[in-house]
Design a protein. Structure first.
Length: 466
């Protein structure tokens, strides 16, 4: 079947459905095989959630696998309903969520707290999306605070890898080698030149993080940081029956009102991190808009809120998860965006790249040979995606600032976010904007941030930007 072609500068064809725009593979977008193949092994990052579920909820491997498969299926809703993203976890908020649930004893009490948390977060997100307030919230927040939230989320992601007891302590050589290789393939100017000269290098570059994951499969055992994989054949066996009987409302009952009230402060703090991912999505897609004028990519924050909010509400009932259902997998979004920028021949439509990638991860989750291949290096896969996300978040966070004052406020907000959490960071940002901008706190100021000369202490004046 041939996908429906679009006119230059128009949106990729879709079936209108209220606020949603339905697009089906092979019908509305071209299937992108490089992204699909990358997704097959990048399911290793999704599988990394099994470790979190086992450590903090006491789930057996097969039960945790059931949660990952359900979450993976719901990832498809974004591009199918018109949201141009590769969705993922609410990664920067995971430490906050774990801190919250571990206040409760492991077992039904902890699961009730998690269910209440995820259901409340989903409901809040859906309400903001349906009422149209989500888009207004995005436009209402001052640039300095936007910048600080994204910047802090990036630093937090990097910190989580290098803190004591983090993934770097477990896989120091593997992470150091593989992240260096990954950054060279995805961000290096030198490798960008190689891709233009040779099709083989271009093919390697189009695979994004995948080559680094494959490299980790060999590097980790060579340095004694993981065992060699034992390949198993067949299909994975997620245990849905045990999940629903022991970890959901079907088996342990519905949380009490007190569970919901207790969760509210952490829910609002987590939403601030979600809000940062929404800002990050908008910024990443804005970068590609200037290059790919042939396709209009419509990102709507209200629609995104309805989709990831609905995912959280549904998962709270059928498979509660400490990683939550987030609006963006930043590391893979930037990889696909970078390939999208290469032109129509490289990727016909952004929806083709995003959709094909998520079809790939879902296929990988079901294939036991792939699951068993990457199982020993799941921690490395999570570390790589967090470090790439951290790099991208810092870059975009800084660029959100419009002046030197904005950047100063952003630095404070980002630091407070990492050390004290999202709620206090947002409060610090509001206070600083009031103190520095007064009545113009929402508007801030606009200057050529990166071309602005230093103030001349002798004249006490700021020179003109070149």
């Amino acid at each position: 079947m041939i996908w429906k072609k679009r006119q230059h500068g128009a949106e990729t064809p879709y079936i209108p459905a209220g606020p949603f725009k339905i697009r089906l593979p092979f019908v509305h977008y071209r299937f992108e095989w490089p992204d699909y193949v990358q997704g097959l092994l990048m399911c290793a990052v999704d599988l990394g959630g099994i470790t979190l579920l086992a450590d903090h909820l006491g789930m057996p491997f097969e039960v945790a696998m059931a949660v990952i498969v359900l979450n993976g299926f719901l990832y498809l809703l974004h591009h199918l309903l018109g949201d141009p993203v590769i969705p993922g976890w609410i990664t920067p908020a995971i430490p906050l969520i774990i801190l919250f649930v571990e206040q409760f004893p492991e077992g039904p009490e902890r699961m009730h707290a998690l269910i209440a948390f995820q259901l409340s977060l989903g409901l809040l997100s859906v309400i903001l999306g349906v009422t149209g307030l989500a888009k207004k919230v995005v436009n209402f927040v001052p640039n300095a605070i936007k910048s600080g939230i994204i910047l802090g989320a990036g630093i937090g992601a990097i910190t989580s890898i290098f803190e004591k007891g983090g993934k770097f302590d477990l896989f120091p050589y593997t992470i150091a080698i593989c992240i260096g290789f990954c950054f060279y393939l995805v961000f290096s100017k030198h490798f960008e030149g190689l891709k233009k000269k040779n099709k083989a290098w271009a093919l390697l570059g189009n695979l994004g993080i995948l080559p680094s994951i494959l490299l980790a499969v060999f590097v980790a055992p060579l340095f004694g940081e993981a065992k060699w994989p034992v390949i198993e054949w067949g299909f994975s066996k997620p245990d849905f029956a045990a999940l629903w009987a022991n970890y959901t409302v079907f088996g342990i009952g519905f949380p009490s009102l007190s569970n919901f009230l207790t969760a509210l402060p952490a829910v609002f703090a987590t939403y601030l991190v979600v809000f940062g991912d929404v800002l990050k999505t908008k910024a990443l897609l804005s970068e590609s808009d200037a290059v790919r004028t042939d396709e209009l990519v419509d990102y709507n924050a209200d629609r995104a809120h309805m989709i990831f909010g609905g995912r959280n509400m549904l998962m709270s009932i059928i498979g509660p998860d400490v990683t939550m259902c987030g609006p963006l997998w930043a590391a893979m979004q930037v990889v696909v965006v970078e390939r999208f920028k290469k032109g129509k021949k490289a990727m016909n439509s952004f929806f083709g790249g995003a959709g094909s990638f998520r079809w790939g991860t879902n296929t990988g989750l079901l294939l036991l040979p792939i699951v068993s291949l990457v199982q020993p290096i799941l921690g490395v896969a999570v570390a790589l995606t967090l470090l790439v996300q951290g790099y991208v978040s810092v870059r975009i966070g800084v660029m959100q600032s419009r002046s030197q004052r904005d950047l100063g406020i952003a630095g404070v907000v980002g630091a407070v976010l990492v050390i004290k959490g999202a709620a206090m960071a947002f409060g610090a940002g509001i206070l600083l904007c009031i103190l520095l901008y007064g009545k113009d706190m929402l508007r801030g100021e606009d200057e050529k941030l990166f071309n602005q000369p230093e103030q001349n202490p002798q004249k006490g004046k700021v020179g003109k930007a070149s």
